[in-house]
Design a protein around this ligand. Structure first.
Ligand SMILES: Nc1ncnc2c1ncn2[C@@H]1O[C@H](COP(=O)(O)OP(=O)(O)OP(=O)(O)O)[C@@H](O)[C@H]1O
Length: 744
């Protein structure tokens, strides 16, 4: 065994175990040669020792992991933290504050401790995180960067021991054994905390403490969650997307009576006694509000303010988003907490504009503005001719089931918003689903003045220009502060500020009146007016001066928008007509073919009945269908429906049942305010002499209308005769009249 090592390249190398080791550990020969030639150490002699050490080390590793698993299973309590759950954010926020975290030698530095899931989805939008302390002067230059986004440090992968409530705990951060490249960073880690002992109380206390701290941080904020799809499986979930400082109710410009009414209604609903009241009577404990009106009139703002006022989280889903399929919505609603505000935006969206009653459906109507999915929903039909949304898309009955099906959570405040009340199905807004309607309108003179005041009136926290003559120079102001005895100086400054505030308020008030008199009422939405004022947010005089110019530009832009929309509508109508014509042509050709086949086989049979006759009639006109206008087609359809209705009636010789499709709907409802969208768009029911309409006269339901322009008048009660097609006057309608409130 006394072999000599020869340097590589010097003759024939001997076959030694070291050479083999070299294969396993590259560079080992070099080290062995070096030790042999310079120190005279033959590593061959140490190989058994090295092997023994490696074996012991491997055995120790295996044994320690086995023992630790054993201990964890039988002697320890462990809590695993899901990285896609909000508890991750809570725990990491807590961990970052602990000394074991701050003292770690290897750590992860974050500017945001929330699960990376949320960043990926929404970005970091918490207001705290947004504030990086950058201040900008009037010219737009960065003047100071005093506050910096704080860094948070959390321990890196591995086990970290710490003491909590005199107990030894272990914080473990590990990489999972299996990793998918699609996972976001936070999903690629596993977090757990363990403690010795079989009772996990200390872990629960820790998590509770972490949760309390987390919630306290958001106490004065409105937490906004949005329905989204997460992970690779695109599972629907509520993602926290923002924590906004709660919007004071006073900042939403709305009739005070309406605000008061809304607050009282929600307060009463949230009262635990009300919950018991509902439970005792077996009435589902739910309350729904419908906010409707043109865009930019404050519907979302009011919803947010309401959530902030009652310190509830707000969960938002837009029904026009791709997330809003029936399945997704159902799982989102099942996940809702008990006490929260749910905001369903754009409920006039596709699929929901169609009534559940097939006789009322109008699948050929062109989609509404911006209603991108409408066409998709309008087209598909079942063999029976009923319009059905494409698989997965939300249907009206699907939404109704979600809203008040047995699986639907009770105790929530549901707010639905729409720009087109007239498009909504009556079933969607019947009492029980919608208990109060609030109408929003464009700004009248009072509202315009209020918006002006809201923008320019000095508020707590605003920087007022200093009132002392010396204050133009900051150096002099500082000197003055030094020289004047604090008490006197402070008093003077305070009084001066008050005086100045009053002066500004008076001036803003005067300018607000002037501004409002220049803006024509009911022409612009509060959002449009606010947009203009924000352009001159530090200069009210300039805003008043520039208002006429803005009116010209705004009107021009509005006209251009209208022209564009009209063009779009026209194009869509043309496309729809073309499509319908094509379909009709195809259908007619197919029918002709079928008929000629039939004629060949049963020539003597002749025409067999009404339905055939009508078919033939339709088929005859089939060719001309292509050139037929939509109106003619609709008339034909109506005629056919009437005919089949008549036939049914004759056959059954029974009084019309409520469950069958009614022939004509007669509804004397609360008239929408003249000039409103509803006024223009609502179809007037036609009643013809030869028809015997099914008129269902319900017990008069009371509709409360508060016209806020006549603020001091008593609420008007209007009788409502409801022949609601397909539904009649439901017990819900009779029992709980909808309060209709005009907000503007
Ligand atoms: N009545 C109002 N009071 C105060 N601010 C308003 C009011 N209406 C609109 N605004 C302002 O206009 C902007 C848009 O308002 P908001 O989103 O609430 O309108 P909306 O009616 O929900 O619009 P949309 O129908 O398009 O969703 C917000 O910045 C809001 O502050």
């Amino acid at each position: 065994m006394n072999e000599t090592l020869i340097p590589p390249g010097a003759g024939e190398p001997p076959l030694s175990p070291i050479a083999m080791l070299d294969y396993l550990f590259p560079g080992f020969t070099l080290l062995a040669n070096f030790l042999q030639s310079h120190l005279g150490i033959n590593l061959n002699l140490y190989i058994p020792v090295l092997l023994s050490i490696s074996f012991i080390a491997a055995a120790w590793r295996y044994l320690s992991s086995y023992l630790s698993d054993l201990m964890e299973s039988y002697l320890m309590s462990v809590v695993d933290i899901r990285t896609d759950d909000e508890i991750y954010n809570m725990l990491m926020g807590w961990v970052a504050q602990q000394t074991f975290s701050q003292g770690a030698r290897r750590f992860v530095a974050n500017t945001n401790l929330n699960s990376r899931m949320y960043w990926w989805m929404w970005g970091s939008n918490d207001e705290d995180d947004e504030d990086d302390g950058t201040e900008i002067d009037e010219t737009g230059a960065v003047v100071s960067k005093k506050k910096k986004k704080a860094l948070a440090y959390t321990p890196t992968f591995g086990s970290h021991w710490f003491i909590y409530k005199r107990r030894l705990l272990i914080f473990k951060r590990q990489q999972p054994a299996t990793q998918s490249p699609f996972y976001t960073t936070s999903e690629r880690e596993e977090i757990s905390i363990s403690c010795f002992g079989r009772n996990p109380w200390v872990l629960k206390e820790l998590l509770n403490e972490a949760r309390q701290i987390y919630l306290k941080r958001d106490e004065a904020k409105t937490l906004i969650y949005r329905g989204a799809l997460k992970g690779t499986g695109l599972e629907p979930t509520w993602q926290r997307c923002m924590a906004r400082t709660s919007r004071p109710f006073s900042t939403v410009i709305l009739n005070e009576d309406v605000k008061q009414k809304l607050i009282e209604d929600v307060t009463d609903y949230l009262n635990p006694a009300t919950r018991r009241w509902y439970a005792n009577r077996g009435i589902p404990y739910r309350r729904g509000y419908l906010l409707w009106g043109p865009p930019g009139t404050g519907k979302s703002s009011l919803s947010l303010a309401l959530a902030g006022f009652f310190k509830m989280r707000i969960y938002i889903v837009s029904l026009s988003s791709m997330t809003a399929t029936e399945e997704n919505l159902a799982s989102l609603f099942a996940e809702l907490p008990r006490r929260c505000v749910v905001l369903l935006e754009d409920i006039d969206t596709a699929g929901l504009t169609h009534t559940r009653d097939p006789s009322q459906s109008d699948s050929s109507s062109p989609p509404a503005d911006g209603d991108t999915t409408a066409a998709v929903v309008a087209d598909p039909k079942t063999p029976g001719g009923k319009p059905v949304p494409p698989p997965g898309r939300l249907s009206l009955s699907g939404l109704l089931n979600i809203l008040d099906g047995v699986a639907s959570q009770e105790g929530r405040v549901l707010i639905m918003t729409t720009n087109h009340l007239e498009k909504l199905d009556k079933a969607l807004i019947r009492p029980g689903r919608v208990d109060m309607q609030v109408k929003f309108d464009k700004a009248d003179q009072g509202m315009t003045a209020a918006i002006f005041r809201a923008i320019y009136a000095p508020l707590e926290g605003d920087d007022l220009p200093s009132v002392t003559p010396t204050a133009n120079s900051p150096a002099l102001a500082a000197l003055e502060k030094k020289l004047i005895p604090l008490s006197d100086g402070e008093q003077e400054r305070k009084e001066g500020k008050e005086r100045q505030k009053k002066e500004i308020l008076d001036r803003v008030d005067k300018l607000a009146g002037e501004f409002a008199s220049k803006v024509p009422p009911m022409e612009f939405s509060p959002a449009e007016i606010q947009g203009f004022l924000l352009k001159n947010k530090r200069n009210p005089e300039k805003a008043v001066e520039g208002v006429e110019e803005w009116l010209v530009v705004a009107r021009k832009e509005q006209k251009e928008r209208e022209v564009e929309q009209a063009k779009k509508k026209e194009e869509e109508a043309k496309k729809a007509a073309k499509k319908a014509a094509k379909k009709a042509k195809k259908k007619a050709a197919a029918k002709k073919k079928r008929k000629s086949k039939k004629d060949d086989t049963t020539e003597s049979d002749g025409e067999s009945g009404d339905s055939d006759a009508s078919e033939a009639e339709e088929s005859d006109g089939g060719d001309s269908d292509a050139s037929e206008s939509e109106e003619e087609k609709a008339k034909k359809k109506e005629k056919k429906t009437r005919k089949s209705g008549k036939k049914d009636k004759e056959k059954k010789a029974k009084p019309a049942a409520l469950t069958t499709a009614p022939v004509v709907e007669v509804r004397v409802d609360t008239p929408p305010p003249s000039g409103s969208e509803a006024d223009k768009g609502a179809p007037v029911p036609e009643l013809k002499l030869d028809e015997k309409p099914v008129v269902v006269v319900a017990a008069p339901a009371k509709t409360m209308t508060i016209d806020t322009k006549k603020a001091n008048e008593e609420p008007v009660e209007k009788a409502q005769v409801s022949g609601d097609s397909g539904y009649g006057a439901t017990p819900a309608e009779v029992a709980a009249p909808v309060a209709q409130v005009e907000a503007a």
